[in-house]
Design a protein around this ligand. Structure first.
Ligand SMILES: [Zn+2]
Length: 257
């Protein structure tokens, strides 16, 4: 947190980011019901928590739009719509593994009936199992759905992680994978370890690469069949606006055959 604060203050929009942090600290100390009342409206809706809102919050970075009630970001609301519309509408998964669980999504998963839901992270407290994504302790082929968002860009040996995801997925299962993406080919440099340099080169102090769309080749190399889905593919323009999504946000649906 200290590193994040120092990086924010050193960035070109440091004053704005510092002010956003201060507002978030105050706002998110209020109860969810209070926040729901403050931001109540009809123009927008959170696809995760169902809150009807006057607006989403732009905090931390101008491109981030938070749900003031459940704190979801665009990618979380997109992911949940994607799961609902492309997976859950035909079949609910039995065994689900959620990496680095985001609270808003974890709460939504837990509301699903009849699933066996597990969370994992190398460091975060409160997960079902602390585990390293490149050496998972699970047996082969034990999950129907894996959700792994904004994790692989932190992992030096991401190909090993992808192979582990494939190994623990059942045939017929799906791994939903999201990462930060840029428009160029994947760029990484294992020699860069300084957090300030990582922020400059990779966009965040603890990222080890930028992925391009060629991530599909790495995922395929791990044994997945990969389908690239944009938010604009599953939601129309009115829904993009209502749910506070980015039409170009991408998720990779990785199937095990
Ligand atoms: Zn919400």
């Amino acid at each position: 947190m200290l590193t994040r604060a120092r990086l924010a203050l050193r960035s070109p929009d440091g004053a704005r980011r510092a002010a956003d942090y201060a507002l978030a600290v105050v706002l998110f100390r209020l109860s969810p019901d209070t926040r729901r009342a403050i931001f109540a409206g009809d123009d927008h809706e959170c696809s995760l928590c169902g809150a009807r809102l006057s607006r989403f919050l732009q905090l931390h970075r101008p491109c981030f739009r938070w749900c003031p009630v459940c704190r979801s970001l665009q990618r979380h609301r997109f992911s949940w719509l994607l799961l609902q519309r492309q997976l859950f509408s035909t079949r609910l998964p039995g065994d689900v593994l959620h990496f680095a669980p985001e609270e808003s999504l974890a709460n939504a998963f837990r509301r699903l009936p009849h699933i066996r839901y597990a969370t994992t992270d190398l460091y975060a407290p409160g997960v079902t199992l602390r585990a390293d994504i490149v050496r998972l302790p699970h047996r082969d082929a034990v999950f129907d759905l894996i959700y792994c968002s904004h994790v692989l860009e932190h992992i030096p040996d991401d190909r090993a992680a992808m192979r582990e995801l494939r190994r623990v997925l059942r045939v017929g299962g799906i791994a939903v994978i999201l990462t930060p993406l840029w428009t160029r080919p994947t760029f990484e440099d294992p020699g860069v370890t300084d957090p300030f340099e990582r922020e400059r080169l990779f966009g965040q102090h603890d990222h080890v690469r930028w992925y391009g769309l060629d991530i599909v080749e790495r995922l395929s190399g791990a044994g997945f069949s990969v389908c690239t889905v944009r938010a604009g593919d599953i939601a129309n323009a009115a829904e993009i606006e209502r749910y506070g999504l980015d039409a170009g946000e991408i998720a990779f649906l990785c199937s095990a055959h």
